[in-house]
Design a protein. Sequence first.
Length: 644
Amino acid sequence: MQRAFLQVTERLQRVFQRSPPGMRRGAAMLVDVAIVVESFAIALLFRFNGDVPPDFWASFWPFAFLSAAIFVALLYESGVYQSVLRYTGIYQGVRVASATSIAAGIIFIVDVILGVIFDLRPFPLSVVIVGALLAYLQLVAVRLYPRFFYELSLREIGTRTRTVIVGTEEPGVALASHIWRSTALNLQVVGFVSESPAEKGRRIEGAPVLGGLEDLGSIVPEHDVQQVIIATPYADWDQMNAIWRVCTEASVEVKIMPDLDEVLSENAFRLRELQIEDLLGREPVNIDLAALSEHISGKRVLVTGAGGSIGRELSRQISRLAPEHLTLMDRDESGLYYLSQDLAREGFSEAEYQVGDVTSPEGMEDTFEGSAPQVVFHAAAYKHVPLMEERVAEAVLNNVFGTLNVARMAGEHGAEKFVNVSTDKAVNPANVMGATKRLSEMLVQSLSRLYPATIYASVRFGNVLGSRGSVVPTFRQQIEAGGPVTVTHPEMIRYFMTIPEAVSLILQASAMADSYGTYVLEMGRPVSITDLARKMIEIMGASGVQIKYTGLRPGEKLREELLEQSEHQNDTDHPMVLRVSPGKGPDGDGHNGDGGDRFLQLVNEMVARARCHDSEGTAELLRSITPNYTSADLSGNVRRGRSS
């Protein structure tokens, strides 16, 4: 019976919608006239308990139709007749209330004037008030009917994916409302799961609150749930893992609702798949946007390595802080092109894209003369550990000389700030890549004394998820290929951070730097690579894929470190950014052995050997200059650099 009624209603709606707009508005006006006249007639009958004196009926009808005309005119003026009925909401209700109130006021005044001056009162004053109230209620109700039947018809359409929404706050409610009004999502909201046990049994958007997070395991089979959507933006690590574990065991799909701010900015709900990043227990990064804006807004900014993972995200976040000019440099022209497309889609088109090499003094000179950057972010570097073990000369040229070249240009051209993007592999380095990054930090410190007008800083952090060198895309490719997933050692431990939060903290550290300093980002809890691989296998639904242990690669450590033994960490104004104080180096000055001219002389000698492709000589000097560097030489013998 209900289905037949809905079908009839739907046909009537289609006929109404296909008619010309003028005819639809005319029909709506006639309905409103009938509602107003009927409302005042009912009010009049109530006023006299159904026994209305004939004299009142005689004057009632002309005045009732005049009142209806006033109502309709004000409704038309307020734009009510331009609204799409099936999307009627609070805003349209307010418009109707406004028009009704003004109309009632006009009718009340006219009724009083007619009674005082002409001793003619078409309505008792109580009829004006009660009739206007009845008219408002019916005018709103008649506009809600189309929306009600439209959404009811959507809920009756076909077979939909039975879905539970985790979260009863604003994002979850907004998602449920959108699901009911959208056929494209093909979802049916079975109910909600709340963090508050007190909400159990209540209804939201017509769906019940089925229980708390602890009840999810029983809710899924009991209500035949096929999909769970997590709509709690700040769910902690334990909650995310508990939800994922329940859904994995029940073979239920898990999706994530984006932040409500993102939904509002893009004007679309785009549910995404659960990703490994969601299960790693990272706390939300709170950023001092005012400090970042003051640091970047109106400044000329240069980003090297802009086509890489970190450089690309740096470019995105800086572009949102209103720089005066943004110069983006990389030797990878394809990476720059894709970056330009990304920024254009985000509405930023003022960037200057330069295909260039940080190891070219002439090229960097042209860049600094042309752009005159005030803030420089140096993210250009080779980061692949095994490859750099085989290409020592290339690693030294790019990572050491490239940093020296750009940092020196920043000082010579009066840049306000130079920020070197470093890595935790620079701490007690066990590989060529880490050693070159350690030397980069030392060079930045050394140049800070040569160019005191420029503030130099290095920002050191661990692995980032989703970068081209991360294990995550490697594992994903291996799983998609059917396995095995290769892990070098069962006890391998790493710290992880997402690219956006790492870049946000790099910007935060650069904003707070007021003198030379090395900053370390708080990386959170360590992650077992084996556990990471297992979770990815389960998330991707590839339970048959095996894990294969291949042994440590050259230059690889079981655990990475963020501080050397001689270094001390100090708190800053941001809880996730720490400042490193170096201990006493061999030169006794607390500069970790970056002893001025002699240090730069050795670096230049090493760079000269690298230019001549003297890998053995380059590696020997790299070991002698870099503190705490433990490596294997080209013959496989373990060699140690000097101690710090």
